[in-house]
Design a protein around this ligand. Structure first.
Ligand code: AHR
Length: 663
């Protein structure tokens, strides 16, 4: 009876044993250091209002509605002959005309000015007293939802006494925490003097690496913790612009921050149901900052530049784009960017980099030309960039595009075109449903090995219905990524997209990291990326499930797997996703352990799982889904027999595993 019921129990919970054979004697292609990385795009308030720690919106009065984000009171006038040529607007504060009245400004911040009790905030302003008289500005952090004493949570005065423009700086330390506060700046009494103010800025002092024009520490740290090998920036569609005028122009984002012009962010109106009319790019997080961040998080920088095509989704007509014979300024942008990143400090652009604080080169190796382009318009233009780049910088690797689709007419046209033009890598994009990810386990198995390498530059599993960053999507990404890893000879880079989203200001989801103004949380997809990047090893190991790549094929019980060796640590690393709803047994066989007595003496397993496939992390519960690592009990490890070590794994339903073994 007992045996019979046990037997029934087993039959119900365990499918037939699966055997994964990993050949440790045949390390294959090296895994590129760039293999797993990050794609940054200024969408969802990822830059201003996100990673860029500036707390003042429209700090230079350069939005087209110059006082957007500000509430002015008293005698305030807008002027446009300020000290910064590319950001010429400023505001004049003059007496309101009565001793009871005040003149000043309040800034609403990005979804509020959020400050914490006891933290230090650096406020700075460019100001002058046109009459040369001494004047006082009062600067406050206020909680407009509160009354009385607790209303003003920090205050200080700045004395402006010069008729010349000067930068003034103070530190504010609020006595209370406030999620939706405001910054208030006004003429202190007596106010019979006039003060001009420009570029009003407020940053937490405690930024990533302590930089003054800095990044939000929690967000930048999450990027570093992912251990990315490559960092692609500044986007996506923002590279192209809704029209050529609104394309991202890197030259506008370098040099003193005060002199960087504002650019429209196309995502403020792309989706009318998620309209954000105050979404602009200050350029404060610009190309210097992107290069610096890449360096600090240990990732190869991969800037993407316009190929002279405005976003093709929005511009069907040829006239919207740069004519082929007028591309030179665009080509110069690409050449100058390489000089900015790598050039000698005696060169024009190298000197600018040095003046910004980085005389050493950034060692740029890759450049993307065009984002998601398609049609004959693209190769027709790209060819001129390739020619110029090869002539001047033959070692720089060029990334081309295969268009917006993961397959189909344009994709089939563009890949051979990229090969013909000699692109080094081709950027593929796929935001696809669960069924697609389940079916694509061996997508790269039969790719042309003689053409460009693959950069899976934007991808994410988009779940059905209202499910977005739910666990099951992450699990299917993990499953799909075994195919990237098994094909690391041809897949050289992969970056999930988009990276960031503000909970109050997103336009696109799912995204990898979410936040409000004071906290952030990684999604399950983040952990999948992190598990791959932290365990990428050095070389692929051939791995088969019953003789075939474990790519979720028929008869493979929904199992996806890949294996690598890390020659530096001696670890064999096996990744397995059980996408089925069944518990499965899996015999992991490490074969080819030739040396006599080469026993496996240590092992560990990290799991990413969730009791509810529809659940995700949130600000309220940021650790609902987190990886868990444990060391395996090696006392139960069998001997190596005929060069084979066997580990009988029991795989829970819907779970991603990273096993590590070592002798
Ligand atoms: O990541 C969002 C958008 O998706 C990118 O801007 C674009 O490249 C793609 O269409």
């Amino acid at each position: 009876m007992l045996l019979a019921s046990l037997g029934v129990g087993l039959a119900m919970s365990l499918s037939a044993a699966n055997v994964l054979t990993v050949n440790t004697a045949k390390p294959g292609a090296p895994i590129q250091p760039t293999m797993y990385g990050l794609f940054f795009e200024d969408i969802n308030y990822a830059a201003d209002g996100g990673l860029y720690a500036e707390m003042v919106k429209n700090r230079s009065f350069e939005f087209p509605q110059n006082l957007q984000g500000w509430t002015a009171f008293g005698n305030v006038t807008l002027k446009d002959d300020g000290p910064f040529e590319r950001a010429p607007h400023y505001v004049r504060l003059a007496s309101a005309g009565h001793r009871e009245k005040h003149t000043g400004l309040e800034n609403e911040g990005f979804f509020g000015v959020t400050y914490k009790k006891g933290e230090k905030y650096r406020f700075s302003v460019w100001a002058r007293s046109p009459q040369g008289k001494s004047a006082k500005l009062r600067v406050e952090l206020v909680n407009t939802a509160s009354m009385g004493e607790s209303h003003v949570n920090a205050k200080k005065h700045i004395t402006v006494d010069s008729p010349e423009w000067k930068k003034y700086e103070i530190t504010l330390t609020p006595e209370e925490t406030c999620a939706k506060g405001r910054l208030r700046v006004f003429l202190a009494k007596p106010d019979d003097v006039t003060v001009d103010v420009e570029h009003l800025s407020l940053f937490p002092v405690d930024t990533w690496q302590g930089h003054e024009n800095g990044l939000r520490k929690d967000l930048a740290q999450k990027l570093a913790d992912l251990k990315p090998g490559v960092f692609r920036f500044p986007g996506g569609c923002i590279v192209e612009g809704t029209d050529l005028d609104s394309r991202y122009q890197w030259k506008n984002t370098v040099g003193p921050v005060e002199n960087r012009p504002v650019n429209e962010n196309r995502w403020h109106y792309t989706f009318p149901h998620r309209l954000y009319p105050d979404y602009y790019q200050s350029g404060g997080l610009g190309f210097y900052e992107y290069f610096l961040l890449s360096e600090e998080i240990g990732a190869e920088p991969l800037p993407v530049l316009s190929v002279g095509l405005a976003c093709q989704f929005q511009n069907g007509e040829e006239s919207a784009h740069v004519p082929v014979d007028s591309l030179q300024p665009y080509i110069d942008d690409a050449l100058d960017l390489i000089e900015f990143a790598n050039g000698d400090t005696s060169s024009t652009w190298g000197a600018l980099r040095a003046s910004m604080g980085h005389p050493e080169p950034f060692n740029l190796k890759f450049i993307g030309i065009g984002n998601e382009q398609w049609g004959h318009e693209y190769p027709e233009r790209l060819v001129h960039f390739v020619k110029a780049l090869r002539a001047k910088y033959p070692d720089i690797k060029i990334v081309g595009s295969s268009g917006p689709d993961s397959e189909g007419e344009q994709f089939d046209y563009l890949w051979p075109e990229m090969k013909r033009l000699g692109a080094d890598l081709v950027d593929e994009h796929f935001y696809r449903p669960e069924s697609w990810f389940l079916a694509q386990g061996n997508r790269y198995d039969n790719y042309d090995r003689k053409g460009p390498k693959v950069f899976a530059g934007e991808y994410a599993c988009h779940g059905k219905g209202k499910k977005w960053n739910h666990f099951n999507a992450a699990l299917l990404e993990a499953a799909f990524m075994t195919g990237l890893e098994r094909n690391a000879d041809i897949v050289h880079m992969a970056t999930y997209a988009p990276l960031f989203a503000h909970v109050e200001g997103w336009q696109w989801r799912p995204d990898m990291i979410w936040y409000d103004n004071s906290a952030s949380f990684p999604t399950a997809s983040y952990y999948v990326q992190q598990l791959y990047a932290a365990n990428k090893g050095t070389n692929v190991l051939p791995a088969t499930l019953d003789g075939k790549p474990a790519a979720g094929n028929d008869g493979q019980n929904g199992l996806f797997a890949s294996a690598v060796v890390d020659k530096n640590t001696g670890e064999y690393i096996v990744k397995v996703a059980n996408t089925s709803a069944e518990e499965q047994t899996l015999d992991i066989k490490l074969s080819g352990l030739k040396k006599k007595g080469q026993e496996i003496t240590w092992g560990s397993v990290t799991t990413l799982s969730c009791d509810d496939p529809d659940a995700d992390n949130s600000l309220e519960n940021p650790s609902r889904i987190v990886p868990e690592e444990k060391v395996l009990d090696a006392s139960g490890f069998g001997k190596v027999e005929k060069g084979v070590f066997t580990y009988p794994a029991k795989l829970a339903p819907g779970t991603f595993y990273v096993f590590k073994f070592k002798s």
